[in-house]
Design a protein around this ligand. Sequence first.
Ligand SMILES: Cc1cc2nc3c(=O)[nH]c(=O)nc-3n(C[C@H](O)[C@H](O)[C@H](O)COP(=O)(O)O)c2cc1C
Length: 198
Amino acid sequence: MGELNTPGIIPPEHNPELAFLLNRRSCHKLMAPGPGADALELILRAALRAPDFLRLRPFRFLVARDGGLDRLGQAMQRAAIAAGKDEATVARAPDMPRRAPLLITVVFSPKPSETVPLFDQELCAGSAVLMMQMAARAQGFGAVWRSGWLMFDPGFHRELGLAAQERIAGFLYIGTPAHPEPARSRPDEDLSAFTSWI
Ligand SMILES: Cc1cc2nc3c(=O)[nH]c(=O)nc-3n(C[C@H](O)[C@H](O)[C@H](O)COP(=O)(O)O)c2cc1C
């Protein structure tokens, strides 16, 4: 992306940046290869460009690939056992991070501030997840933002060494799309259902 467009209506077919935004989609079936070191750095740098009131940096990133995915899976299994999950969930846990070759756990890490409300900081951490998904996609990778019970499990938080005030904003799975991207499946939605004028 070069200079910004001059303000005015440039339809998506002549506006790659806009088309990129309008066509954003998640990719659930991911395979190797995942992003290498350079691509990953750009993904993380994009996260740092999330809107951030007073630049508090209310997030941190736990990155796993290769053996890290196994260590994370083992931590998930220990958390599943400690949480009293059923046998199938416990058995599945070690493979959960293997949905993709790279998994970024985004930790919401609020900072003390008299100016920036906690909710603003949460939104910032969520924006960081989206920025990373977009940066992955901009480099040809697919990504999906997932949650699930582990995201809210205190035992798993302890496994990851989260501080008391920290939470998980999401698991971002990143890899090579296993299938070519299908054409947009959803019809354009009625904006009036979400939008009104004040
Ligand atoms: C905070 C958050 C948590 C999510 N958790 C899950 C999840 O656990 N599993 C899932 O299939 N999709 C989850 N999603 C939705 C997917 O990321 C994705 O948006 C959805 O599959 C729709 O696809 P699209 O992004 O291509 O429209 C979550 C989205 C958000 C914002």
